[in-house]
Design a protein around this ligand. Structure first.
Ligand code: PLP
Length: 357
């Protein structure tokens, strides 16, 4: 049966990305060795890293003076590596969800943290707004999580503030154009919009590094990895290769502008059905609705149909729509690889289920 994958991460990747990566797993560039078996210092692997960096710079139109590095440790390591490298005295954070809050918690280990806005009181069902003027002018940076994977809220813009931005873009990177010049750093775990799990991408502004008043362990200092081109230690070879294939696919399919357009088309179709269908309702304030993670629940009158709908959808090959355990209901994740065909299959399931009830 054809499967429609709505997992929140690790999540769907384009079929050709998986197939091309699988071929290299069997025989890397005709070497007779698997991609899993080669040295990261093999002469054929350096071009993989170089092309990944070049594609990142091209697709996100990254200005001169920025480096792109590939590390392990997930976005969660960045919650502390960011303040370790950039927090001199004080940093501002927007509390837009659990991941943002986790980032804030780690930053407190390194200096003063000002929470400039929070949507916690509303159960994180909106993206905080109107906080730009409250960002202290003497903050070293403003940290934002641009897409809140668990709640399905998204800002989808690059804020105008007086201080440099730092962003967790784990679940919306490469889905829209970004004004990178506003940021000191952008980081993302790869397992949603970039690649298989195992690599984290960090875009850093070179001349913002080295300002923090603390000795950093070598591995935590971004300069180590910038200077060594992500080869200070063994990088996650296979995930990086899968990212290369994915970035090639994205370029071939129109880059981030086209990805943005497709994301809005998919989201418009699915939100229209969520709003129309008597069984379901969205969980997020309209202006904050994410085009990456679309969250919805059963209307109160039909609450008992949650599990039956999940089973109904599963029978049609629709997988991964169960909402995050802290929110419940449903979450349809529609990252770059998601297709309109998949979204239409989900919409049809919602319509057919409605007709039965
Ligand atoms: N930030 C966001 C927005 C996420 O969605 C996630 C994971 O889902 C993380 C951070 C944590 O990422 P990792 O598991 O790579 O540490």
């Amino acid at each position: 049966m054809k499967k429609y994958n709505f997992n929140a991460g690790p999540s769907m990747l384009p079929r050709e990305v998986i197939e091309n990566t699988a071929k290299q797993l069997l025989d890397f560039n005709g070497s007779g060795l698997s991609l899993m078996e080669i040295s990261h210092r093999a002469k054929d692997f350096q071009p993989v890293v170089d092309e990944c960096v070049a594609l990142f710079k091209e697709l996100l139109d990254i200005p001169a003076g920025y480096s792109v590095i590939f590390l392990g440790g997930g976005a969660s390591l960045q919650f502390m590596q960011i303040p370790a490298n950039f927090l001199v005295k004080k940093a501002a954070y927007v509390n837009s969800g659990v991941w943002a809050k986790k980032a804030m918690k780690e930053a407190k280990l390194f200096g003063e943290v000002v929470e400039v806005a929070s949507s916690a009181d509303g159960g994180y069902t909106s993206y905080p707004k109107g906080f730009e003027a409250n960002v202290p002018a003497d903050a070293d940076y403003l940290h934002v999580c641009t897409n809140n994977t668990i709640y399905g809220t998204e800002c989808r813009k690059d804020f105008d503030v007086k201080v440099p931005l730092v962003a967790d873009m784990s679940s919306d990177i490469m889905s829209r154009p970004v004004d990178v010049a506003k940021y000191n750093a952008i980081y993302a775990g790869a397992q949603k919009n970039l690649a298989m799990a195992g690599v984290t991408v960090i875009i850093v502004k070179d001349d913002a590094l080295g300002k923090a008043p603390r000795e950093l362990p070598t591995m935590l200092d971004y300069r180590t990895h910038v200077e060594k081109g992500s080869m200070f230690n063994t990088p996650p070879v296979v995930p990086i290769y899968s990212m290369l294939e994915n970035l090639r696919w994205l370029k071939k399919n129109g880059g981030v502008e086209a990805a943005d357009k497709r994301a809005h088309e998919r989201a418009a179709a699915l939100y229209a059905e969520i709003d129309r269908n008597k069984l379901f309702k969205g969980t997020v304030e309209e202006a904050s609705r994410s085009v990456m993670n679309l969250c919805f629940v059963m209307n109160e009158d039909y609450a008992e149909l949650e599990k039956p709908f999940l089973d109904f959808a599963t029978e049609r090959g629709i997988v991964g729509i169960k909402g995050h355990r802290s929110v419940g209901g449903f979450r349809a994740s529609c990252y770059n690889a998601q297709t309109m065909e998949g979204v239409k299959a989900l919409i049809q399931a919602m319509k057919d289920f409605e007709a039965k009830h």
